[in-house]
Design a protein around this ligand. Structure first.
Ligand code: ZN
Length: 121
């Protein structure tokens, strides 16, 4: 299950295709990126913001071009870019952040039922 606890995510259910760990650690780059993820998701809980609680965020929160092909060596999805990122609304972020509109994901998923839901790069 996605760690954001949004109603839409609970309805979508288990994210078998992957999720991303909320940036962990107290180094400024990680702490600041974590804040931006929380901001993008509307999460205001202090323990989460402080990195005291581990959270995994479902892949569907991220714009499609932000995740890379499956890496067989580490068996994990990765985000790109890992540095500065500007979204469609010209807002600048420290890296890829989970800002994708969930309703958009749900409708694109349903309309593309017989096609892959992601592209392998
Ligand atoms: Zn979620």
């Amino acid at each position: 299950m996605c760690g954001c606890q949004k109603e839409t995510c609970i309805v979508i259910g288990y994210c078998g295709e992957g999720s991303f760990q909320l940036p962990a650690g107290q180094k400024p780059d990680k702490a600041n990126l974590r804040k931006q993820w929380c901001q993008a998701l509307g999460i205001g809980r202090k323990d989460i913001l402080a990195g005291e609680k581990e959270l995994r965020i479902a892949y569907w929160h991220f714009p499609e071009e932000r995740f890379r092909h499956f890496d067989e060596k580490v068996s994990a999805w990765k985000l790109k870019p890992t540095a500065k990122w500007v979204d469609n609304e010209k807002q600048e972020w420290l890296g890829a952040v989970p800002i994708r509109n969930l309703d958009e994901f749900v409708s694109s998923y349903l309309s593309a039922r017989h096609e892959p839901t992601f592209r392998l790069l």
